[in-house]
Design a protein around this ligand. Structure first.
Ligand code: FE2
Ligand code: FE2
Length: 184
């Protein structure tokens, strides 16, 4: 008896999403290492915390596939892109990664809706909300960099921004603790 509650298409798109979250972790890991090599220890830590969050997203998708009786396929992940040119470039690319991921989540929502797979539809809603938070977090980063002077930021203002990032509350545990019942 087949107890897989996921269609082939849904199973595939969820496996793809798990790899995408792992890829996001890999990208932010490389950005963290880049930031550290540039002397921005606080920003590096921000990215390293974010890596843990993306890995949690990956696990969340994997656990859902297993819970529904589907088959998880762990695949290779792409190498991270080239290092950012500067902080502005780094934050802009981070924003773009998050927006790309939101688009992928919307694809899952669309497919679940199309197939009337309300369990997956419901599952994907957690990620819709999570992506809103993540996009907002990176928008705030870009705002802070703008206030610091953007491309004309002085070493002193970047020093302060980095210090702020080191001391900023860790948002990762909040997302980790979240569940469908308690999405905050
Ligand atoms: Fe994610
Ligand atoms: Fe993310």
């Amino acid at each position: 008896m087949d107890t897989n509650r996921l269609s082939k298409k849904i199973e595939d798109i969820l496996n793809k999403q798990a790899a995408k979250e792992a890829e996001a972790a890999q990208v932010f890991l490389s950005y963290g290492c880049w930031a550290d090599s540039e002397g921005y220890g606080g920003i590096a830590n921000f990215f390293f915390r974010h890596v843990a969050e993306e890995r949690d997203h990956m696990m969340k998708v994997i656990q859902y596939i297993m819970q529904r009786g589907g088959t998880v396929k762990i695949t290779a992940i792409k190498a991270p892109p080239a290092d950012p040119k500067n902080l502005q470039d780094c934050f802009e690319k981070t924003f773009k990664h998050e927006v790309d991921n939101t688009t992928a989540i919307y694809e899952i929502v669309n497919l679940a809706h199309e197939e009337r797979d309300w369990a997956t539809y419901n599952f994907a809603q957690w990620f819709v909300k999570e992506q809103m938070e993540e996009e907002k977090m990176v928008m705030d980063l870009l705002d802070k960099l703008k206030i610091a002077g953007g491309p004309k930021a002085t070493d002193e203002s970047l020093f302060n921004l980095d210090k702020f990032m080191a001391e900023a509350p860790d948002e990762a545990p909040l997302a980790r603790d979240a569940s469908m019942d308690n999405p905050e």
